[in-house]
Design a protein around this ligand. Structure first.
Ligand SMILES: Nc1ncnc2c1ncn2[C@@H]1O[C@H](COP(=O)(O)OP(=O)(O)OP(=O)(O)O)[C@@H](O)[C@H]1O
Length: 258
């Protein structure tokens, strides 16, 4: 982002009092065709430098929440702000640019471009945004323990290493927020732990903000806070959760749903 644009965003956010929030949802709801209500009005603020996990039974609206929060889907009602910028005010091209420059994404599959080297994959968000790459990609790779693998192709790395590259790619633009959708879903326990450590480190050491959807209580226990969704509503939250407590809440929710 240019300094001019950065300054404007800062001023707007300060006026709105939202500067210290990476993400704000105000009354965000989403109704699909044939009246399927995936999200009832959700109010949520995520301060900068926080690691938040979102959990809940299948079909409770986790993906819909993430898609609306990340500007991949337009809510039926309500407002979404990323770092003080209201998404509904943006036309499609500006929204695309915001997603590219100010949001990092990590999915269950790493989605690396197979024909590009690992370093080129990490550079991609910078190049697409017209930003200087410099040594940012290599520093990003070093931060995920792959500083010596920049020239390798994704096919030469393990699944866990590819996911670490995907995390470096998500962080390389220094985004306002990183959305991680089941980032450990395809990994063995050791690789999952590595990926979670990196997300934790991104928050603790570098002040990043992470919102992660997961089914796994062990993964969620790495977060500062867990939100529980049920039938499109936020029904609970736990600070500094333990995996056993999370499992208990999920079990109760499951019984409530039965
Ligand atoms: N494009 C769509 N059209 C109609 N209904 C949809 C659409 N996408 C999702 N839904 C419905 O919205 C509700 C929430 O779906 P969503 O995918 O957000 O849940 P989820 O919690 O992410 O589920 P899972 O854990 O299985 O991925 C479900 O009832 C689902 O069937």
């Amino acid at each position: 982002m240019s300094w001019q644009r950065w300054g404007r965003t800062t001023a707007t956010a300060e006026r709105a009092g939202t500067w210290h929030h990476a993400l704000t949802l105000e009354g965000v709801s989403r109704t699909y065709q044939r009246g399927v209500v995936a999200l009832h009005p959700i109010h949520l603020t995520v301060p900068r430098g926080r690691f938040l996990a979102v959990m809940g039974p299948s079909g409770c609206g986790k993906s819909t929440l993430l898609q609306c929060a990340a500007g991949l889907d337009r809510p039926t009602a309500g407002t979404v702000r990323i770092g003080g910028t209201e998404l509904s005010s943006l036309k499609e091209t500006a929204l695309t640019r915001l997603r590219r420059e100010r949001i990092g994404f990590v999915f269950q599959a790493h989605h690396l471009v197979p024909s590009l080297s690992v370093a080129e994959n990490v550079s991609l968000p910078l190049l697409l945004g017209g930003q200087a790459v410099g040594d940012r990609a290599l520093r990003g790779l070093a931060a995920v323990g792959l500083g010596d693998r920049g020239q390798a192709l994704p096919s030469e790395l393990s699944g866990g290493q590819c996911q670490r590259v995907a995390i470096a790619r998500a962080l390389v633009t220094a985004p306002d927020i990183v959305f991680a959708d089941e980032p450990t879903g395809a990994l063995d326990p050791a690789a999952a732990e590595e990926a979670l450590k990196l997300l934790r480190q991104a928050v603790d050491r570098d002040g990043h903000t992470v919102v992660m959807v997961t089914h796994d209580p062990f993964a969620a226990a790495w977060a500062d806070e867990v939100l529980f969704l049920m039938r499109g509503k936020l029904v609970g939250r736990q600070e500094r959760p333990e995996a056993a407590d999370i499992r208990r809440v999920l079990k109760n929710l499951g019984e409530g749903a039965a």
